[in-house]
Design a protein around this ligand. Structure first.
Ligand code: FE2
Length: 389
């Protein structure tokens, strides 16, 4: 039996954030907890959300101590603010880290702390109920798509697998936001490097989801359309930060790509998840570097699908056989990486080569590669890190 989950509501359009207060009222809620971070505040974006709430006559509380890789400790503090301020709804204004933290905070407002029993690797999905306050997500980057994904990645400071903290996932259908407010006006000021990294994360979601092994034809169709939109616009937004039409295509495309990865992700994400805390290399940059070697590793297991991806990436494949077209898709990713000024390899991005054997072992613990079209061994993971070095 298959279960396909659709996001409850996506509102898309420039100025969508101005409707925030009215959305809060439709849930009959009176005091939101705004979850955000310092970068979003400094960019003046949280103020837009607060203004919208005040226009609707709504007070709010803010919790903004969210790190780039949110820890269980910051979740605990966020829940304390939610309770002490008597909030009744959670609004995330930020990128993937903020949205993931908001999901975990919301969980612990109605579920007994700590987070430990709710992680996916200990069967947490069975323990998570739907009785949680509403969640509205306002993404400020176009990449993670966390507003419609079922996962929240939290750095567990109590789980010391090797010599560092481990990233763990909380996965539940209830993690999809009740409303995703996609306002391209919010993403206009994103600097080029962040635009490139988050955009390549979204493209990686679309590619890994499309070739992932679960049977999910809805997600396959959405993944291809997401790739069309993302590949046609990523260079535009990199070179012209004020192109609101292209920003909108990237924002909606990244949301669609994240929706599609309920079909599964792949080895790129299992490898990249090891780098953000240890190297540290931003998630999107790690994905961009790892994607071509993983596509080569998978190639004979997904040749026809890579050929279809080539067409979605805008390549004219007439006269090519599947193998030539699939290889053209890999070349196109390398072209994007060059034009978007990505580091030329993981070494260039700051990885210490001596860490590769341990990172390869840890990558095997990550759940994403279970849906990779080609089964991965620890030796494969190590070889992929070395190929991307
Ligand atoms: Fe990702």
């Amino acid at each position: 039996m298959q279960n396909y989950l659709l996001p409850p509501r996506i509102e898309f359009g420039a100025g969508a954030v101005q409707n925030l207060g009215e959305h809060v009222k439709t849930f009959k809620c009176q005091k939101p907890l705004l979850v955000s971070d310092a970068g979003v505040i400094n960019a003046g974006l949280l103020a837009k959300a607060i203004d919208a709430l005040e226009t609707s006559g709504l007070p709010s509380a803010t919790y903004s101590d969210i790190e780039p890789n949110p820890t269980d400790m910051s979740i605990t503090h966020g829940v304390e603010v939610y309770n002490s301020e008597a909030c009744d709804i959670v609004i995330a204004v930020g990128g993937g880290s903020v949205m993931d933290a908001a999901k975990a905070i919301r969980l612990l407002t109605t579920h007994e702390p700590p987070l430990d029993p709710y992680y996916a690797d200990v069967g947490g999905v069975e323990r998570i109920r739907g009785d949680m306050p509403p969640l509205i997500c306002v993404p400020t980057t176009a990449g993670t798509g966390s507003e419609v994904s079922q996962g929240a990645i939290i750095t567990d400071t109590s789980f010391n697998t090797t010599d560092r903290w481990r990233k763990r996932a909380i996965v539940t259908p209830f993690n999809m936001s009740n409303i995703a407010l996609l306002d391209p006006g919010i993403t206009l000021g994103m600097p080029p490097a962040l635009t490139a990294a988050t955009g390549m994360d979204a493209i990686t979601h679309g590619i890994e989801a499309y070739v992932a092994t679960k049977y999910h034809p809805i997600a396959e169709g959405v993944a291809l359309q997401a790739l069309r939109m993302l590949s046609a616009n990523i260079q535009k937004v990199y070179h012209d930060s004020g192109d609101v039409t292209a920003r909108g295509e990237m924002l909606l495309g990244s949301c669609m790509a994240a929706f599609s990865f309920q079909k599964g992700l792949g080895a790129v994400h299992s490898l990249a998840h090891q780098l953000s805390t240890d190297a540290p290399i931003p998630h999107g940059v790690a994905n961009a570097i790892l994607l071509p070697p993983v596509m080569e590793f998978n190639f004979s297991y997904a040749t026809e699908k890579y050929a279809e991806i080539a067409r979605a990436l805008g390549i004219d494949t007439r006269g090519m056989d599947s193998s030539e077209a699939g290889n053209a898709a890999i070349d196109k990713i390398r072209t994007f990486n060059t034009e978007l000024k990505m580091p030329i390899g993981l070494g260039d991005a700051g990885l210490d080569k001596k860490k590769i054997p341990k990172l390869g072992a840890d990558a095997m613990l990550d759940h994403c590669h279970k849906f990779n079209p080609r089964a991965c061994t620890e030796a494969d993971m190590v070889a992929l890190f070395e190929a991307a070095f």
